[in-house]
Design a protein around this ligand. Structure first.
Ligand code: SAH
Ligand code: SF4
Length: 387
């Protein structure tokens, strides 16, 4: 198999969203910035924090899109807000519902890019899989998103807006207690590498966790990274959510091909960062994601190496049957192989749930996301030439 190229550093730099004409959105502003915006609209500075609290509750508890509905603000203030600001959502270009209830939204963002957001209903929770970038600079050879070039990083507004769009569509506003909500959990496992867009992801998740707003507890948010080692500790320190690692291989030789960022930060460096992860405990274990690729990384020897490598780390192993996409160079491991692998991991004391593929009929399953507008393979990516 031809190796995928390592990412040029420059591609990992944040790219700015294009300036947008028209009224400014209040979505995605931190509270102090929201208060400052209200002062611009004529609110007395000594009242700004109180008014910002009211507007915040309308936006994030009630999901209102129209300033006119903010009945505890005076009529004049509502009119001034409507002149200057907007609560409009980004455009949902396509919405698909899978036979299993999974919903996929194709969302157009400023500048013409498109992202995908996936809602996965389960019996005890509803998980929203959120994107952090348009495309991805990384080129993991089993991932559909990895075949799409990075267009840019998403802003905090665009990340938060994905949650609002899904809750609008699901009619999920005003439900109490939190457990009754349809969107009860968020995973940063959509398009993109969240740790190459750390600040916007952090700012968005702080809004998602704010108790007087979306009020998702930090334990209901999971950030998945392919292994951007220098940023991993910040997830615990600055967001405090749960961490998932896209591990996928037990030798550097195989991981170098599957997850090319491994050539920059190898397995040993990645596991050092996991061992040093702030907040690591049995109650807050790291999830190791492991995509099951037939004949590539799914042997008994792999399973045994895996448990040896992660020894001492409070962890669970999430086995993900490979989800195919057009032109993918891999096959899914057989169910009995996945089971045998899981048994070895399990016997070593780690929970090893197999992730049921969801939304496959609408290409919404893990690693299948890729904007419909972007079908052209990166000429430089090597996956297409693999077996
Ligand atoms: N970029 C981040 C988060 C998005 S990917 C990361 O890589 O962690 C979310 C998960 O889906 C990752 O574990 C990823 O490795 C996995 N994945 C990607 N393509 C897949 C595929 N075709 N089948 C199954 N899982 C896949
Ligand atoms: Fe990017 Fe994650 Fe896909 Fe790798 S698996 S290409 S890091 S989205």
């Amino acid at each position: 198999m031809q190796a995928a190229p390592i990412v040029p550093e420059a591609l990992a730099l944040p790219r700015r969203a294009p300036a947008v004409e028209g009224p400014r959105s209040l979505i995605g502003l931190a509270r102090p910035a929201l208060a400052a915006a209200l002062v611009e609209a004529g609110v007395a500075p000594e009242q700004a924090a109180m008014r910002a609290g009211q507007v915040w509750a309308w936006i994030y508890q009630r999901g209102v899109r129209d300033f006119e509905a903010m009945s505890n603000l005076g009529r004049d203030l509502r009119a001034r807000l409507a002149e200057r600001f907007t609560l409009a959502r980004p455009e949902v270009v396509a919405r698909q519902v899978s036979a299993d209830g999974t919903r996929k939204y194709l969302i157009r963002v400023a500048g013409g890019g498109e992202i995908e957001t996936v809602y996965i209903p389960e019996t005890d929770r509803g998980t929203l899989c959120v994107s952090s970038q348009i495309g991805c600079t990384l080129t993991c050879t089993f991932c559909h998103t990895g075949t799409q070039r990075l267009v840019r990083n998403l802003t905090a507004e665009e990340i938060v807006a994905q949650i609002l769009v899904a809750r609008d569509d699901l009619g999920d506003w005003g439900r109490t207690p939190v457990e009754k909500r349809l969107v009860s959990n968020v995973v940063l496992m959509g398009m993109g590498e969240p740790l190459y867009n750390f600040d916007s992801v952090r700012d968005a998740m702080r809004i998602a966790m704010d108790g007087a707003g979306l009020a998702l507890s930090r334990r209901r948010i999971t950030l998945s990274t392919s292994g951007v080692v220098p940023e991993i500790a910040r997830v615990g320190e600055e967001i405090g959510c749960l961490l998932a690692i896209s591990f996928h291989a037990t030798t550097d030789a195989v991981r170098d091909t599957l997850v090319p960022i491994n050539r920059k930060w190898n397995i040993a460096a990645l596991l050092d960062a996991c061992r040093a992860y702030p907040r690591l405990s049995n109650a807050e274990r790291i999830t190791f994601e492991y995509v099951m690729l037939k004949g590539v990384n799914d042997s008994d020897a792999d399973a045994r190496r895996l448990v040896k490598l992660i020894a001492g780390i409070p962890a669970k192993i999430n086995l993900i049957p490979f989800n195919p996409w057009p032109g993918a160079p891999y096959e899914r491991s057989d169910p009995d192989r996945i089971e045998a692998f899981g048994r070895i991991v399990n016997r070593a004391g780690y929970a090893s749930p197999v992730r049921t593929p969801r939304g496959e009929d609408i290409m919404a399953a893990c690693g299948q996301l890729k904007s419909a507008s972007e079908r052209v393979r990166r000429a430089t990516a090597g996956a297409g030439s693999a077996a």
